[in-house]
Ligand binder design. Structure first.
Ligand code: ADP
Ligand code: MG
Length: 691
């Protein structure tokens, strides 16, 4: 029998060009696709439920005899049909009906209906049920299996999708749909054969556990989730292998520059910084490109680690690019690196998207001419940016950069042939479960120690009805010579509205706190303006900084020890943690006031409660993941990661260790199974398989 992946949907009965096109839209091109297009949920049409036993909210098949049909007036005209079966009665209600329909539903008619029973004006009612009149004496059979409801698109009916899967299922067998999980692995991990799982999910028997299916813990779902997660791992392994197969410049361990750098630094690196520094230094000395993720909580001192790595490349005579996701953070790095590197005689170049005209042309020329240290935003990824001899790319706050962007760096290496080493730094601690899956292609180092002398930030929740008290608190802190942030959060996804709100708040606080020097910074200001405000704040010229979340990452002003966050309930926990990390950088005890707008939802209260309880980014990240799901946390839209058909990272987290083992076995013992799996699951999202 031919493999179903080779049979086009047009081979099925009743599928012409036009329908095939619609099917392509939902990703159905061949019969394997049809089989992997799994139901979202099921209806139980396998039995007729006595009307007296119906519960509100239940979808059910019922049978009965019409005792009357009347047009009811009310708010909207409707046809109300009374139906009884001896155990009870209910009404069928039709808002759209024809005279013929009304005639056909006359008293004494025997009906079979399907629909959801809901409490209505006349007791239980079913709105617009599916129904058919039963005539004659022979019993009409009920469905033998649960009825699948498929994900669909306009112009593609459930009936059509059922017909399709029916036909494809008729051709399903171990030959036509090869099971790429070898029996050894299936046995080891107690996984059912593929064709059985597929058949079950399209047509579960009447006794199937609908609740188990609804929550995704059925054995048939496990079988497929396992395969999907496995495929995901395989594709990451592929990506990694193909990157590792490239060559990178081997950079000898640096001596001269690090010694000078450390002598000027003014503090000694922490044990964690030294350890991670060594891990990186070793990677850089290899011919294989480094792919390393450094995780370190806010304030752990990742920048120093980045600088040490940069010095190794610079001393060897190569170029280094440092990228940050926002202009403000990139600028901050630019300033820091200038301060650190210029005394060592190393020039630092700048490139951001907003750089235009002559300045841009000259920056591009500098970079192509071999400027050793280049700092910028993702503008550094653009094709027209040519590096002379790039050996190391450092990406800060990487959760905003995706696999795609990482891949785009490959051609940026020396001579367009060599691949630069990649160092990725994130302050969003990634829970282990996610890290295993989302960043399987990276090695990881953890900066698990904060520089000495830090005091944990004391966080309190205050309702915005007490705003005036909070303003007084700002006054008091500034009177003691401290500095403060007042953060305005995003309004309805609109940057414009948010900036307006920040302006209003700025005016309000300026007049309420007449004696203080207050500054304003937001995303719609010019880079030069922002830089000026930040510089003033850093220098202590401004005492209070009203800001939008543009200050979220990286900004470093140790003298600021108070932060007010308005409407913190609008932000994710990871983001709040980032923001809060802007204070508590000096030796003074710092405070963070979460000025929320009541009432808070149950989850809202729980989330903000976590912020109050802990300063540990890992704990916060785990909770955030639990409460919000992985997609939001990693910014699925940007990364294109984690879009699974069957699997769910949170739900199926316990499968991951086994999946990992299985991926390794498959790669070493059954390498020929890898491509067909990638083809099956990732044909429409090829970023992993293809490099
Ligand atoms: P993050 O990991 O959040 O990027 P930074 O690199 O911005 O942290 O460092 C935060 C602050 O801590 C900076 O002011 C930096 O100079 C300082 N710092 C970094 N390492 C040390 C250290 N070992 N001892 C003292 N201060 C340090
Ligand atoms: Mg940082």
């Amino acid at each position: 029998m031919t493999e179903l992946s080779k049979v086009s949907v047009t081979a099925l009965k009743g599928i012409g060009e036009a329908m095939a096109e619609k099917l392509t839209k939902v990703g159905l091109e061949n019969l394997q696709d049809v089989l992997f297009h799994l139901p979202l949920r099921y209806q139980d049409r396998t039995r007729v439920v006595p009307i007296g036993a119906l519960r509100p909210g239940q979808d059910a098949v019922i049978e009965g005899v019409v005792s009357g049909a009347d047009v009811a007036m009310g708010k909207r005209r409707s046809l109300l049909v009374r139906l009884g079966d001896g155990t009870g009665s209910l009404s069928l209600r039709f808002y759209h009906f024809s005279n013929a329909q009304k005639e056909a539903l006359k008293r004494g008619t025997h009906l079979r209906c399907y629909g959801e029973a809901r409490p209505g004006a006349s007791g239980l009612e079913i709105y617009h049920p599916e129904y058919r009149a039963l005539t004659g004496d022979e019993p009409v059979p009920v469905e033998q299996t649960l009825t699948p409801i498929y994900p669909t698109t306009e112009g593609l009916t459930q009936a059509r999708l059922r017909q399709l899967s029916q036909q494809a299922l008729a051709m399903l067998g171990p030959r036509s749909l090869p099971d790429w999980l070898p029996p050894e692995l299936a046995k080891e991990h107690q996984l059912a054969p593929l064709d059985q799982a597929i058949r079950y999910l399209h047509h579960p028997p009447p006794d199937a556990d609908l609740e188990e299916l609804a929550v995704g813990h059925h054995w048939a779902q496990h079988r497929l989730a396992f395969e999907e997660l496995l495929t995901h791992q395989l594709s990451q392994a592929r990506l990694r292998d193909s990157l590792r197969a490239l060559r990178a410049p081997a950079l000898p361990k640096a001596k001269r520059l690090p010694a000078q750098y450390l002598a000027n630094l003014g503090f000694t690196p922490t044990g964690a910084q030294q350890r991670v520094g060594k891990e990186i230094a070793y990677d850089l000395s290899q011919r294989e490109p480094m792919l390393r993720l450094v995780q370190g909580d806010v304030g752990a001192g990742k920048t120093v680690v980045a600088a040490m790595a940069a010095l190794q490349a610079l001393e060897a005579g190569y170029q280094v690019a440092l990228m940050a996701p926002t202009e403000i953070l990139a600028e901050q790095h630019f300033i820091t690196f200038k301060r650190w590197l210029e005394p060592l005689g190393i020039e630092v170049a700048w490139l951001a998207g907003k750089l235009k005209g002559k300045a841009r042309a000259s920056a591009l020329e500098q970079i192509a001419g071999g400027a050793p240290m280049v700092v910028g935003t993702h503008a550094l990824f653009q094709d027209e940016v040519k590096f002379a001899k790039l050996a190391l790319v450092i990406i800060d706050e990487q959760h905003r950069f995706g696999v795609q962007q990482r891949l785009a760096l490959r051609q940026k290496g020396v001579g367009g042939r060599m691949c630069p080493h990649q160092l990725i730094m994130t302050a969003t601690p990634i829970p282990r479960t996610l890290a295993m899956s989302a960043y399987a292609d990276l090695d990881t180092s953890v900066l698990d120690e904060l520089p000495p002398g830090r005091t944990p930030v004391n966080t309190v929740l205050v309702a915005d009805s007490r705003r005036i008290e909070v303003i007084e608190r700002v006054r008091a802190a500034c009177a003691e010579g401290r500095q403060a942030y007042w953060v305005c959060t995003l309004i309805e996804e609109s940057e414009e509205l948010t900036c307006q709100a920040a302006e209003t708040t700025f005016e309000e606080l300026t007049s309420a706190l007449g004696e203080l020097r207050v500054g304003l910074i937001h995303g719609r200001m010019k880079p030069a303006e922002k830089a000026e405000i930040m510089a003033l704040f850093k220098a202590g010229e401004l005492q209070l900084l009203v800001a939008t979340t543009v200050i979220e990452v990286g900004v470093d002003v140790p003298n600021s020890s108070l932060m007010i966050i308005e409407n913190p309930e609008r932000l994710g926990l990871a983001q709040l943690h980032q923001l809060r990390g802007r204070v508590g950088r000096g030796s003074a005890v710092s405070h963070c006031v979460l000025l929320y707008h009541p009432p808070l939802s149950q989850i809202g209260r729980e989330r903000l409660g976590i912020m109050r309880e802990t300063n540990d980014g890992f704990v916060i990240a785990e909770k955030d993941l639990q409460l919000r799901g992985p997609g939001e946390m990693l910014g699925t839209r940007q990364t294109g990661l984690l879009q699974f058909k069957v699997a769910d990272l949170m739900r199926d987290a316990d499968l991951l260790p086994a999946v990992r083992d299985a991926a390794q076995s498959l790669l070493s013992q059954w390498p020929a199974h890898v491509d067909p799996l990638l083809e099956r699951w990732l044909r429409h999202g090829q970023q992993y398989g293809q490099v």
